[in-house]
Design a protein around this ligand. Sequence first.
Ligand code: SAH
Length: 357
Amino acid sequence: MKTALLPLGLEGLTAWMQEHNWPRFHARQVWHWVLARRCRDFAQMSDLPKRLRQELSENFEFFATQLVQTHRAKDGTCKLLLRLSDGETVECVLIPERDRRTACVSTQVGCGMGCVFCASGLNGWARNLAWWEILEQLLRLVDQLPAPERLSHVVVMGMGEPLANLDNLLLALKWATARHGLGLSQRHVTISTVGLPAKIRQLADQQLSYHLAVSLHAPNDELRTRLVPTNAKVGIAAILEAAEYYFRKTGRQVTYEYVLLRGINDGTEQARELARLLSGRCAHVNLIPFNDIPGLPYRRPSDAALGQFQQILRQHGVSVTVRKRKGSEIEAACGQLRRQRLESARNPAALAAANSA
Ligand code: SAH
């Protein structure tokens, strides 16, 4: 059986070189070929001795995950379902847009935060992803791009709560942004969090310049706790304080995400309350019209409500954008594809019926 290369890391690969009587620097060369040069064939690593290339291909395969499904939407969005070595599955998405090539990655199998409108948490939390399982998602997505193209942006907005798996995330992002890795700019990486104040501070102290997005979704604690249950023991005030700490430490403006749910948090009163909460802070609001999820009772806001919400924030001097909808026909909203697969494993007849309907 071959060993997967990525989980070894550069250190493990260096140790392997030593054990097999090869100079240590060959490890860095291999790592560079795989991450920076997109090479998936040891035979083509032309600056390595032929015998080493052969030894590597006899002993190693590149990935620890298996690609089990590829869904490509007409707008170019491409969603992958990967099977991990323990049989769990995880999703990632490639979103090509003009000059951007954005990868959206997951950090956990399932999610423990329990946001009521999100598909990722509906089946609970299973485990954290290892750093290489996060990095593999990026490499699998890179492999979907035509040869000269590279990833330009990463959004950590797939399944899971990134700050609840911060150590693994930081290691994966280290390789995403390293010159000998995927070479992305730190400023083009966005980490989206439900809002864990201690972890936001820990991230702020790393002297990195990742962009932070906080999922606010409501202008007061009463409503937020209904939508985002973890809010009960955190509270909006502590999140805003931590976000301001992040801004002071990194100089990067924090984005507040706000999923608009029809008749629940999309009213003019909530827009005013949100404006009062955020005006005077260096904040940007990203409004996200709810992506429908079968089985959940929530709906997207009307266009009029969306327009009004946006206008009220603007009138109060709060900078605001609306997230574009991408890949909806391939169920690109977080957690949907995995959930469909779990459901079909449990009830194959129901899925077959739904698909033929
Ligand atoms: N755990 C992280 C990442 C979640 S995914 C977080 O809470 O931020 C990124 C964003 O998509 C979050 O703001 C999340 O609340 C939102 N989201 C989840 N389900 C959604 C849906 N069905 N429609 C629109 N946005 C959704």
